[in-house]
Design a protein around this ligand. Structure first.
Ligand SMILES: [Zn+2]
Length: 139
């Protein structure tokens, strides 16, 4: 979406913002206890291990919460658009905040099955989410 400011991608968050170039949603995970860590951190919050590195996830999840933005905050950004918290399939506690794409805001609901799609913006690949088509057997 033109006009939205890009995230500040650096250090440990770089993998998250650039994995989409290879079609991968990369989430940091602790190699010692298996905990997924998002937003990315260099230290595991559960076992304090430093063996933390990005790993690809399935890119599937469900809408945990969402809001429809109808306010024209920025002149270049078309409204309405949907901001959502996605619960990733790997762990119910693994959630990320993103934007939904390819969906009528009126059709969005809690629990809607979604999968990641990447939108390139300069050198970054923004992980957005779109509903999984019903013919894919999501329901
Ligand atoms: Zn750990």
């Amino acid at each position: 979406m033109p006009g939205l400011p890009l995230p500040d991608a650096q250090f440990e968050s770089l993998a998250f913002w650039t994995g989409g170039e290879r079609g991968e949603l990369l989430i940091h995970r602790c190699a010692d206890c298996g905990l997924w860590l998002h937003p990315p951190k260099p230290v595991c919050r559960r076992c304090l291990s430093l063996s933390v590195a990005p790993e690809p996830v399935s890119g599937r999840g469900t809408v945990y919460s969402y809001t429809v933005n109808r306010q024209q905050w920025m002149p270049d950004v078309p409204v309405p658009y949907v901001l959502a918290v996605i619960e990733l399939a790997e762990d119910p506690a693994l959630r990320l905040t993103t934007r939904l794409t390819g969906v009528d805001p009126a059709e969005v609901r809690i629990g809607l099955p979604v999968h990641v799609v990447f939108e390139q913006a300069e050198e970054l690949w923004l992980p957005l989410f779109t509903p999984i088509a019903e013919e894919e057997g999501a329901r």
